[in-house]
Ligand binder design. Sequence first.
Ligand code: CIR
Length: 253
Amino acid sequence: MFKKAIVRTPGKSMVNGISTAGIGIPDHQLALRQHASYIEALKACGLEVTVLPADEAFPDSTFVEDVALLTKECAIITNPGADSRRGETAAMKKILQNFYTNIEEVHEPGRVEAGDIMMVGEHFYIGLSERTNQQGAAQIIGFLQKYGMSGSVVTLEEVLHLKTGIAYLEKNNLLACGEFLAKPEFQKFNILEIDNNESYAANCIWVNGTVIMPQGYPKARKTIANAGYPIIEVDVSEYKKLDGGISCLSLRF
Ligand code: CIR
């Protein structure tokens, strides 16, 4: 169960965020309203939400998930693969000192964005992507082992981050799309398949029994509902324009 979440309000500079989506420039005012709904969804799942102010110096800083990995035992500050995002970690480290006594940090040449890390109980799957390298993954695994947890690497080719294409929904259920459907390491899970034409909905979060998912993906919604989960849909269209999804917008712990 999660008790808390951290989010960061998107700044006006989000219009300069990294994007490959090719579906337009985000509307800041609409993004703010969507962010407020996202916070309400987290609260409805019982979380106490810390809302950090916008940081205009970092256009992608609303995607807080990438700059830290939070576990039961420790917080690990990452070292983002995107150079423009590396400076986001300093502020997050300060914030996390209010919540954690054990804080570790990924250092060069290791690069990690925690959108590439999926938690399944005490084990963490780490995607090797354009943002997360082998050295970074090895450092993460070392920190996890120090605190009695474990990690393993997963290769990925098609998506930005590991969790762009999969989401663990607890109870052995794994939401998966595209290249992840056939990965040998995931065959032990009950795979809930997301259609390629709704691939954006493979990025959902399980929060204390409820699944928070993006609005507008009826087939995915049906799949998740059929698996027995209550669902909260949130419109995150403005974040999709920056390649970001539901999980990227919060740290949950
Ligand atoms: C980026 O490219 O870094 C941001 N525009 C989107 C980050 C999305 N984060 C995530 O998937 N965890």
